[in-house]
Design a protein around this ligand. Structure first.
Ligand SMILES: [Ca+2]
Length: 383
C-alpha cells in the first residue's frame, strides 16, 4: 500500500539525483556525515562481512561488494528476481563460521510462481562460487506485492532468524498455519530446530507482525530488536521473545491486552516526536539502539535500558532503509533514494589526550626510583 507509493516516489528521486545530487544529512556538532559509496540502484539492505567488506543489495537482484571503500563493478551474485512493488533481493546474513565455510544467505523473491526464498551461496573471494546455491527456505506463494519483510540474521544461539511480512493480509499474522507476519527460526541448513516454541514441525518463533523489514541482535544478550512497519498510526520496536505475539492486526502500537506484547518503543504518524511512517534500519552502536524512518529521513536512538524517549542523530537522509555499525566505530546508513551508503563518524575520543593526573606522575616516579635502587643494589652485589 503506502510502501508501494514510497518506492514509486523513490524511483523519481533516484532519477532526479542521477546528475548532481546534494547529499548531506545534518548531524550533531562534532559528528561528521559523508558519502561512503554511491551509484547503487534502489538498494534495499546491507551487511558487513566478518572480514570488513560491505555487501549491499540492489532490489533488482545484484549483491554488490564494497571492498576497501570501493564499490566493485562485478557483483557477488545476481539473482533472477521478481522486483515488482516491494519484492526483490531484500536480505543478507553471513554464517557465524563464514571465515571457514564462506556461507552467505540471501532473502529474495523468486518469479513464477512469485514467492520469497532464502538461498545460501558460498563465497569464492569477491564472487559466489558457481553452482553453490542451496535453497534453505521456500515461503508460501505471494499475493500482493507488498509487505515481504526480508531481514535475516544469525542469533547468539547460532540459529537463523528470518523476518517475514504479512503479504498485506493481516489475518496471516495471527495464524500459526501461515509463515507470513512472523519471525521464523531455522537451523543453518533450513531444518526446524527441535526446541522451537510451537513445536519441532513449525519454523515460527514469534507472530503478530505486519512488515518486520529490519531487525537486529543485541550484542551481549542476543535479544532481537524487531522493527515492525505500521499501517496508519504507529511504528514499533519490539523485543523478540520465543512464542511472543506482537498483536497485528488486532493492535498497533502500545497495548495493555495481555494476549499481546507491547512495543519497547513506538512512535506515531503525524504527531509526537519523532514522527514518521516506516521504521527501518536497526543497529546497536555505542551502547544505544539506532533506528531510521524511511519517510521521515531521520535517524534516532534509544537507550535499551531506559527507552521512554528517543534522541535524534541525523535528519535529512534520503529514504534510509538500513543501518549498520562498522568495525571502525562509525555508523553506516543506506539511502534508497540517493542510492548511497553514507557514514556518520562520532567526535574524536579525547580520553587518550587528557593530561596524566598527579597520582599517575607520583606512581611513575616511585616506579623509576624503585628500579634505580634495585639496579644499584644489583651492581653493588656483582662480583
Ligand atoms: Ca504490535
Amino acid at each position: 500500500m503506502k510502501l508501494v507509493k514510497r518506492l514509486a516516489a523513490s524511483a523519481i528521486v533516484v532519477l532526479g539525483c542521477a546528475g548532481v545530487c546534494v547529499e548531506a544529512a545534518s548531524v550533531p556538532s562534532g559528528y561528521t556525515d559523508s558519502t561512503f559509496v554511491r551509484q547503487l540502484a534502489s538498494p534495499t539492505a546491507m551487511e558487513f562481512a566478518p572480514d570488513g567488506r560491505l555487501f549491499v543489495l540492489e532490489q533488482t537482484g545484484a549483491a554488490r561488494v564494497v571492498k576497501n571503500g570501493v564499490l566493485l563493478s562485478t557483483p557477488f551474485t545476481t539473482f533472477s528476481v521478481d522486483s515488482s512493488g516491494e519484492r526483490g533481493l531484500l536480505g543478507i546474513a553471513f554464517d557465524p563460521a563464514f571465515a571457514t565455510n564462506g556461507f552467505v544467505y540471501f532473502y529474495h523473491t523468486v518469479p513464477s510462481p512469485a514467492h520469497n526464498r532464502v538461498t545460501r551461496l558460498t563465497a569464492n573471494g569477491d564472487v559466489a562460487l558457481a553452482g553453490s546455491a542451496v535453497t534453505i527456505l521456500d515461503l508460501e506463494n505471494l499475493g500482493p506485492t507488498n509487505h515481504n519483510g526480508g531481514a535475516l540474521h544469525f542469533g547468539a544461539d547460532g540459529k537463523l532468524y528470518v523476518a517475514v511480512g504479512d503479504n498485506a493480509t493481516g489475518a496471516n499474522s495471527q495464524s500459526l498455519s501461515s509463515r507470513f507476519g512472523k519471525v521464523l527460526r531455522l537451523n543453518r541448513d533450513g531444518s526446524i530446530p527441535a526446541d522451537n516454541p510451537f513445536g519441532s514441525a513449525s519454523s515460527i518463533w514469534a507472530l503478530g507482525f505486519r512488515n518486520p523489514y529490519t531487525f537486529a541482535i543485541r550484542p551481549g544478550t542476543g535479544t532481537l530488536f524487531i522493527n515492525d512497519v505500521g499501517e496508519s498510526t504507529y511504528e514499533e520496536i519490539d523485543v523478540g521473545v520465543a512464542g511472543g505475539n506482537y498483536g497485528w492486526p488486532t493492535t498497533e502500537g502500545p497495548t495493555n491486552n495481555p494476549s499481546f506484547r507491547t512495543p519497547l518503543y513506538s512512535y506515531q504518524h503525524g504527531s509526537g516526536s519523532p514522527t514518521g511512517c516506516a521504521i527501518t534500519g536497526g543497529a546497536f552502536w555505542a551502547g544505544r539502539y539506532y533506528f531510521a524512518d524511511f519517510c521521515g529521513g531521520w535517524i534516532y536512538s534509544i537507550d535499551p535500558a531506559n527507552p521512554a524517549s528517543a534522541t535524534q542523530l541525523a535528519a535529512g537522509a534520503s529514504g534510509p532503509v538500513d543501518l549498520k555499525a562498522g568495525a571502525d566505530g562509525a555508523l553506516y546508513y543506506l539511502e534508497q533514494q540517493s542510492g548511497s551508503v553514507r557514514v556518520i563518524r562520532p567526535p574524536p575520543a579525547t580520553d587518550g589526550d587528557a593530561p596524566l593526573p598527579l597520582s599517575a606522575w607520583v606512581a611513575l616516579a616511585a616506579l623509576l626510583f624503585a628500579v634505580a635502587v634495585q639496579k644499584r643494589f644489583r651492581n653493588a652485589a656483582a662480583p
